[in-house]
Design a protein around this ligand. Structure first.
Ligand SMILES: NC(=O)c1ccc[n+]([C@@H]2O[C@H](COP(=O)([O-])OP(=O)(O)OC[C@H]3O[C@@H](n4cnc5c(N)ncnc54)[C@H](OP(=O)(O)O)[C@@H]3O)[C@@H](O)[C@H]2O)c1
Length: 307
């Protein structure tokens, strides 16, 4: 048996119950991972509450469970140690430290154990370098890969002017740091309360959305990156240079092994640092969801499986 946060109905954070469930059994091509850390993302909160935009509500419910959630253990990312491997696994050994995602798998990372395929189309699992702590590693995959995917789609290059709208969230804090690592000049949009955080992550210019409108400043950008889904292409066009690109987290992204490896490499070389806002034990999963649901989290919220 193992401990897990389970939700059998959609609803507020209180639908999550920490309980004992069957420990998963790995298949031939799977590894069994003893989880050290996971995160609560805004995606977990949306899935638990069935909080989908009206147009996507029905398609989303058909995918994630029409009457009750199909994936009853949430959690999209994790770090941990391989406890057992299937007979056809070649890339991992018992004892390896790993980080990865649970995208489109039957069960998530808000549990003591999870089974991950060695490779699968939608998600990624990689070896965790020793330079990276388990806590930091768990907070890298989703935000890091999403930021890198969208910046590459926008054609990020050295010397570009990049504006990150909503830079204080998980995706935004990685987008800022990855753009800086590539040699871009980065302007961030956040509330003034997060200026200290963004300065520490390398922002060149910071705008407070409560006091000024980024489209009315006398400045243009090669890339406008909407990291919280709260600006739009029509607004961004006002400040895009000719040939400039607008990208948003509302678009479909894909997880790629090479991209997580690049994010890991940038972290090991000290060019990016996962920003950890708060840490909760698994037993406090309701409090963690309640906090993330405020929409005010800074960077990442991690869950520890240790008591
Ligand atoms: N497409 C994908 O593959 C993908 C992957 C991951 C995430 N996502 C989506 O990306 C979005 C962001 O997720 P996240 O976890 O990175 O961040 P998040 O936790 O949703 O964002 C929280 C941050 O947003 C800031 N914020 C709130 N309202 C704002 C506004 N009007 N203008 C600027 N900043 C504002 C808050 O700062 P203040 O307190 O200063 O306002 C807070 O720091 C979510 O909708 C998530 O579902 C998409």
């Amino acid at each position: 048996m193992m401990k897990a946060a389970v939700h059998t109905t959609y609803g507020p954070p209180e639908v999550l119950k920490v309980t004992e469930v069957e420990k998963p059994q790995h298949k031939d091509r799977e590894i069994l991972v003893k989880i050290e850390f996971a995160t609560v993302t805004s995606g977990d909160v949306r899935l638990r509450g069935s909080d989908f935009p009206p147009l996507f509500w029905l398609p989303a419910r058909l995918i994630f469970g029409l009457f009750r959630p199909k994936k009853q253990i949430l959690g999209h990312e994790l770090s941990g140690t391989v406890e057992a491997i299937g007979s056809q696994v070649t890339k991992f050994q018992v004892g390896d430290a790993v980080l990865g995602t649970t995208t489109m798998l039957r069960s998530g990372s808000h549990a003591q154990y999870v089974c991950l395929p060695e490779t699968w189309k939608q998600g990624v699992v990689l070896h965790k370098p020793k330079e990276l702590s388990f806590k930091e590693a768990a907070a890298l995959p989703v935000g890091g890969m999403t930021a890198l995917f969208l910046l590459k789609k926008a054609g990020l290059k050295k010397g570009m002017d990049v504006l990150v709208y909503g830079a204080s969230g998980s995706v935004g804090s990685y987008a800022l740091q990855i753009a800086k690592a590539y040699g871009a000049q980065v302007t961030t949009v956040s509330s003034g309360a997060n200026f200290d955080m963004l300065q520490s992550l390398g922002a060149d210019t910071m705008l407070d959305y409560k006091k000024e409108d980024y489209t009315k400043k006398d400045r243009t950008y090669d890339i406008v990156f909407d990291a919280v889904g709260k600006t739009s292409k029509s607004k961004a066009k006002k400040v895009l240079k000719p040939g400039g690109a607008f990208v948003s987290i509302t678009s479909i992204t894909a997880e790629k092994r090479e991209q997580l490896q690049e994010v890991v490499n940038l972290t090991v070389s000290g060019k990016i640092k996962p920003f950890i806002d708060k840490k909760f034990p698994l037993d406090a999963i309701v409090a963690a969801h309640t906090y993330v649901e405020t929409g005010r989290k800074r960077g990442n919220v991690v869950i520890t499986m240790a008591n």
